[in-house]
Design a protein around this ligand. Structure first.
Ligand SMILES: [Zn+2]
Ligand SMILES: [Zn+2]
Length: 256
């Protein structure tokens, strides 16, 4: 299983960090976790054609996590994609309303020549294209989900989406080979609805995660030693996410 960071940034534009997006690839299946504005361009940068996006899992409906659903659906109206495989978009309650409102404003988003499956899920384990995906309720918006994706080789990647510190982080990241965690603000300038590197480290430590990836950096992070802040709480490998960074995951050891 391979995980690629498509966007390690936020709602505040930065030249080198797009808003939230991750790509999970496993045995020919390609899943996006979140699709913030611009992330569809990142897919082109990793040479993934829209034809090959099979599923999108949305953690919540803040615009920096899902605006490119519109860009994706409009892109798929191009005749070249006629007859492609179904596209499944998965999220918490509100997904159908969101896509319905977008399509009311932009009728050109309605699928043509392929099938669009909108799947609203509750917390629990779900089959997404043959992969086991556990959705766990996370404190952020009223309906935010973290995702724990089990690869066909047994490796596990966990994604918080945006998160406030909450007990759910530990089962989300338990023994995960890769734990991709909101680390939006440094300890010196914490922000509501988000975590600090130390909190991310604490969650990784309590969950016995094998590798921690800090992400979703607001500009307030500039000039702060985020690695050092997280290291106070977590002794395992820690990575500061960068756009287009990839991780190959094998179960039971830190990924290369
Ligand atoms: Zn959010
Ligand atoms: Zn966000």
């Amino acid at each position: 299983m391979r995980v690629t960071v498509l966007g390690s940034g936020t709602a505040v534009p930065r030249p080198d960090r797009f808003p939230a997006g991750y790509l999970v690839q496993d045995a020919g299946r390609n899943l996006c976790i979140d699709l913030g504005p611009g992330v569809v361009r990142r897919l082109a940068q990793v040479a993934l054609d829209l034809d090959d996006v099979h599923a999108v899992l949305l953690t919540h409906y803040h615009t920096d996590h899902c605006a490119d659903v519109a860009a994706l659906l409009f892109g798929l109206r191009n005749p070249r994609y006629e007859g492609r495989a179904p596209l499944r978009i998965v999220g918490a309650t509100g997904l159908r309303a969101l896509v319905g409102h977008l399509t009311a404003a932009w009728p050109w988003l309605a699928p043509r020549g392929y099938e669009l499956e909108l799947v609203e899920i509750a917390p629990g384990t779900h089959d997404v294209l043959g992969l086991a995906v556990e959705a766990i309720a996370i404190e952020h918006t009223a309906a935010s989900l973290g995702y724990r994706v089990s690869g066909s080789n047994g490796a596990v990647a966990a994604f918080t989406g945006d998160a406030t510190w909450c007990d759910a982080l530990v089962p989300l990241a338990r023994d995960a080979d890769l734990f991709v965690c909101d680390s939006a603000f440094p300890a010196a300038a914490p922000g509501p609805g988000h975590m600090t590197p130390a909190e991310a480290g604490r969650a990784a430590s309590r969950a016995n995660a094998r590798r921690l990836v800090l992400t979703h950096f607001y500009p307030e992070c500039d000039g702060h030693d985020l690695l050092a802040e997280a290291r106070v709480e977590f002794g395992g490998p820690i990575v500061l996410a960068k756009d287009l960074m990839s991780f190959e995951l094998a179960p039971g050891r830190p990924p290369a």
